[in-house]
Design a protein. Sequence first.
Length: 157
Amino acid sequence: MGRWLDLAARLEKEAEGCANSANNANGSFSECFGTNDTIGTAGVPTFIALGLHRLRSMPTPRVTNPAVWPEIVADASRLAQEGWAAKAIDLSWDALHLFGWEPGVDLEAWDYSLAVVMEGWLVVDVSADYITLRKGNVSRPFKNRPRPALTRYLWEL
């Protein structure tokens, strides 16, 4: 558990730096999160960095299965920290498809956002059409397609 707390503390410090940057004072987005040796440095929009900061500190919301909430939070943080979220957004993915939720609707499994369906799987590739997840020798795609049921971010629950 200490590893996740260390990651959360580091991401919190980076988010505070983004919130206090000159770029954000002008209302523009800045590069806020992480690096990944395979895809380089990438930044997420400030609203996502600040939202993830809030997500890590908020109590578990009323969800069907509260036991999975810590894993959803960890996966959402990892998407940003490893640079995958920024790469997807640069390729025109909707941020709600990465970090969205609609608590008032019983969604079908294919309507959930990436952070919710990751379940600890690793992102290994991002394209304009698919994000590829891998666990061991098994890969699975997450398709970039309309998900109209997703109307709120995880940190807004």
